[in-house]
Design a protein around this ligand. Structure first.
Ligand code: DOR
Ligand code: ZN
Ligand code: ZN
Length: 431
């Protein structure tokens, strides 16, 4: 099976290529990348006016299976990923049971294969059952195909135990994905500590809740040599500390989620719990610093923290509703609209943050659309404007504060292993 992509703007950070041209895919690999290709192909994709990028890689997704299939399944979550232009996603372990054994890792991989949408890389828990008491079988999970370890949803508060886990991660050359939240400082906070928490008379979450653990984890990375990856950075000091750590030669990388660079606490309306996530929406000053961090390269990646919840759960009062919003099907357009159109990032930098750098963090031979590479490709139409409609999501989760928002930059094709797993034009015809 051959696919020929014609006349696209090919943006490939791995080779610093930004060129109008064609890409020929044969079977699962990229056969040729040239300004003009004449070849027989079963399918021709006319990509004039479109940007052709390495397939997006999301380091941070909650697929909810096993245990919370009413929120999302591996099938619906990976379909949502394909719709969002993601060709590889990392599945966080806070399921029921927790992904903390090689057998659980195997379960996720098998389900993902069955679904056949996008690549899934399971992330193993740091401690058994995410209980923070015994270190999980990190080496065993790695052997089974886990790409990282994480206690996402919380931090391992026992610093001694976390240091031991980081030593093991360093031996196994596995990155540690850190959700930074000091539990004792967080209390029952539900949104940022500031004007909105005062207005709603609810407990706030201060920047310090995140910053204290960011600093601790950086120091532990320094001591253990582990590769630390800071999840969903939301505060200005997270950016400052990451910058200092990088300058000091500590192995640290960092991600930011679209909701944290698009929205601030000021945008929360009517106490709507679709604006509630952990970490919370912060001040305008924090948002500005996150964008500067992305622009300057201090922040390596854009990830979604896709966190689907049931409508009934999210209907609760903001103080009790669960944390989290869906993100797979809005990330590309929000990034294009808010960062590329507004001059914070070039299309090349967008491809870096959404594909090339995540691949490097995972040490994957992906995020590169050079000749000979596996054909994981995302094509977006930057001129296509539309209104986000949660009812169109493939995800079971409709919990997004972006419903009704106008954006630019539509994912039109997602190609995984040389197969088209999402075709916007077909979907439009089907509706
Ligand atoms: O908003 C969040 N949702 N933050 C987390 O840390 C966990 C996640 C979830 O699992 O729902
Ligand atoms: Zn988290
Ligand atoms: Zn998360």
């Amino acid at each position: 099976m051959a696919i020929l992509i014609k006349n696209g703007r090919i943006v490939n950070p791995a080779t610093n290529m930004d060129m109008r041209g064609d890409i020929l895919i044969e079977n699962n690999r990229i056969k040729q990348v040239l300004p003009y290709i004449e070849a027989e192909a079963e399918q021709i994709i006319e990509a004039y006016g479109c940007i052709v990028m390495p397939g997006f890689i999301d380091l941070h997704v909650h697929l909810r299976e096993p245990g919370f299939e009413y929120k999302e399944t591996i099938e619906t979550g990976t379909r949502a990923a394909a719709r969002g232009g993601f060709t590889t996603i990392c599945a966080m372990p806070n399921t029921n049971p927790v992904i903390d054994t090689p057998g659980q890792v195997q379960f996720v991989l098998e389900k993902a294969k069955e679904a056949g949408n996008v690549h899934v890389i399971p992330v193993g828990a740091v401690t058994n059952g995410q209980q923070g008491e015994q270190i999980a079988d990190i080496a065993g999970m790695k052997r089974q195909g886990a790409g990282a370890i994480s206690e996402d949803g919380k931090s391992v508060m026992n610093t001694y135990l976390y240091r031991e886990a980081m030593k093991e991660a360093a031996r196994e050359d596995m990155p540690v994905f850190a959700h930074c939240e000091d539990k004792s400082l967080a209390g029952n906070g539900c949104i940022n500590q500031g004007k909105k928490s005062q207005e709603y008379q609810v407990q706030g979450i201060s920047n310090g809740v995140e910053d204290v653990i960011v600093a601790r984890d950086i120091l532990l990375a320094k001591e253990t040599g582990a590769r630390l990856h800071l999840c969903h950075c939301s505060t200005k000091d997270s950016v400052t500390f990451t910058k200092l750590a990088k300058e000091a030669g500590i192995k640290v990388t960092a991600e930011v989620c679209p909701h944290h660079f698009v929205l601030s606490e000021d945008d929360i309306v009517n106490g709507d719990s679709n604006y509630k996530m952990n970490p919370p929406l912060r001040s305008k000053e924090d948002v500005e610093t996150l964008k500067l961090g992305l622009k300057s390269g201090v922040i390596d990646a854009i990830s979604t923290d896709h966190a689907p919840h049931h409508e009934d759960e999210k209907k609760q009062h903001i103080s009790t509703a669960p944390f989290g919003i869906v993100g797979l099907e809005t990330a590309a357009a929000l990034t294009y609209t808010e960062l590329v159109c507004k001059g914070w990032l070039t299309p090349m930098q967008m491809a870096e943050k959404m594909s090339y750098n995540p691949a490097k963090i995972l040490k994957l031979d992906k995020g590169d659309i050079s000749e000979g590479k596996i054909a994981d490709i995302t094509i977006i139409n930057p001129a296509w404007e539309y209104t986000i409609d949660a009812n169109e999501f493939a995800s079971k989760g409709k919990n997004t504060p972006f419903h009704g928002r106008k954006v630019k930059g539509q994912v039109v094709y997602t190609i995984v292993d040389g197969k088209i797993v999402y075709d916007k034009l077909k979907e439009t015809k089907e509706i």
